[in-house]
Design a protein around this ligand. Structure first.
Ligand code: URP
Ligand code: ZN
Ligand code: ZN
Length: 479
């Protein structure tokens, strides 16, 4: 199976240049002009278009069992939507129930993901702690290609990781060469504010952002960073949505710590006015955590991306339809938290980042693909256009204009948070594992075409971090 992309401009995170790309057996086999190709090679004309590494979304939740229901986009639908938008790989989350074996949960998610159209890998959440969790973390890193563990600092009485768990798990991550990641919101404060709002009779979606003010995220960002720094562990903060969290990350980086930040396409363009919508369903459709913020936070997020304080963009794709959101009709704390976006991320970031002059096309590639590949240790297998890399590519027409809408989306839900937004620039073809997976509105990939990819640990790199840890120099005082 071979494919030649002819006449386009290659855009990587570093450079842009004209060359053809020959893909064979799922890999990039050659880059250049007048390439030697097999005689049955499929040829794609990319004249006037850009060829970039396929998007990697480091934060999705396909068919997640959550808040009494299951996210509507399963792996088949969610990854089809991803391909339609130029994303060829997702990193989803295995979220074991408290007391559930990590390996059992991991196997469950692997089974579900077999129906994927695009490539996938998994972070695993640490939702409880004992010796068996510690052992299973080792098994996952050593034999299953998991190199990152997620900690929800919110969702009290469900999956919240308390400080004792953060300390134990971050330490274990450091021993194993894995990356600890956090959803940074103070779950105790959220719970307290939720009860107060309900007591005051404020039960609608407008209460959601009031129960999760920016300080709730700022506190948790600072705390998790302090815990990681004290242990000498690196840290990756998912869906950073506030100036407070960006400042905390920047402060830690300026002090020499390895802290990474992710932000969501949604948080960059949608503000908290959506919760004031007089239509309950429309307001509830935007209930996700952390919530959409006042506009001033968007400026901080953009500056965070432009300055390199924030490294990756994601979607937190966790799609619930109106009927599911209605579970919280009388109590906003019961509205399933989550919004979609895996299909729109690249186009939204191109329109609001590149077309406004905030980002160069090369920086766009860095924040939509390459940086994620580097941070999660799959570069240059993914996130690169180089001989030997996986042939996961997007052919991008910077002139193609379209209006994002629920009426044209692939996602299974009945809402689009970007409804009505016109984007100039979108994916015309998506190549996944060297095959044309999506082309001009048509899905060619089949369920099961997506491949699981393993992510090796950072063992060697972490050895040097561990050696630097001041406790290694500690000695008892002889008395
Ligand atoms: O509201 C959200 N983000 N739902 C998915 C779970 C999470 O917090 O990431
Ligand atoms: Zn989260
Ligand atoms: Zn999430």
């Amino acid at each position: 199976m071979s494919l030649l992309i002819q006449g386009g401009t290659i855009v990587t995170h570093e450079i842009s240049y004209q060359a053809d790309i020959y893909c064979k057996d799922g890999k990039i086999a050659a880059i250049g002009q007048q390439l030697e190709i097999d005689k049955d090679t499929q040829i794609i004309d990319a004249s006037g278009k850009l060829i970039m590494p396929g998007g990697i979304d480091p934060h999705t939740h396909m068919q997640l069992p959550f808040m009494g229901t299951v996210a509507k986009d399963d792996f088949a639908a969610g990854t089809a939507a991803a391909l339609a938008g130029g994303t060829t790989s997702i990193i989803d989350f295995v979220i074991p129930s408290p007391q559930q074996s990590l390996l059992e949960a991991y196997q469950q998610w692997r089974d579900w993901a077999q129906a994927s159209h695009a490539n996938y890998s998994f972070h695993v959440a640490i939702t409880w702690w004992d010796e068996s969790v510690k052992e299973e973390m080792a098994e996952l890193t050593q034999n299953h290609g998991v190199n990152s563990f997620k900690h929800f600092m919110a969702y009290k009485n469900a999956i919240m990781a308390t400080d004792d768990i953060l300390v134990a798990s971050f330490s274990r991550c450091l021993e194993l060469g894995a990356m600890p990641t956090v959803h940074a919101e103070n779950g105790e404060l959220v719970y307290h504010l939720q009860q107060q709002l309900l007591e005051q009779g404020i039960t609608g979606p407008e209460a959601h952002p009031l129960s999760r003010p920016p300080s709730v995220e700022g506190e948790a960002a600072n705390r998790s960073i302090s815990i990681a720094n004290t242990l000498g562990a690196p840290l990756y903060l998912v869906h950073v949505s506030t100036k407070e969290a960006v400042d905390a990350i920047q402060y830690a980086q300026n002090s020499g710590h390895t802290v990474y930040g992710e932000c969501l396409a949604g948080h960059l363009v949608i503000d908290d006015s959506v919760y004031q919508d007089s239509n309950w369903s429309r307001a509830a459709a935007h209930v996700m955590s952390p919530p959409f913020r006042p506009k001033s936070h968007q400026d901080a997020l953009w500056k965070g991306i432009q300055s390199g304080t924030l490294h990756t963009t994601a979607t937190d794709h966790c799609a619930f339809c109106a009927e599911q959101k209605a579970m919280g009709k009388d109590n906003f704390t019961q509205i399933p938290n989550g919004t979609a976006g895996v299909e729109e991320r690249l186009a939204v970031l191109w329109e609001t980042g590149v077309n406004t002059g905030k980002l160069t096309p090369n920086e766009f590639v860095a924040i939509t693909s390459t940086n994620t590949a580097k941070i999660f240790n799959i570069y240059p297998q993914k996130g690169a256009i180089a001989t030997g890399s996986d042939a996961d590519l997007v052919i991008w027409d910077p002139k193609a204009s379209k209006t994002l809408s629920v009426d044209t989306q692939m996602s299974n839900i009945d809402f689009n948070i970007f409804e009505g937004m016109t984007v100039n620039g979108s994916a015309t073809s998506t190549i996944c594992n060297g095959k044309l997976a999506w082309h001009e509105g048509e899905l060619f990939a089949k369920p099961g075409d997506g491949k699981h990819f393993e992510r090796p640990t950072f063992a060697g790199y972490y050895d040097s971090i561990i050696k630097k840890n001041q406790l290694n120099e500690a000695k008892p005082v002889a008395r």
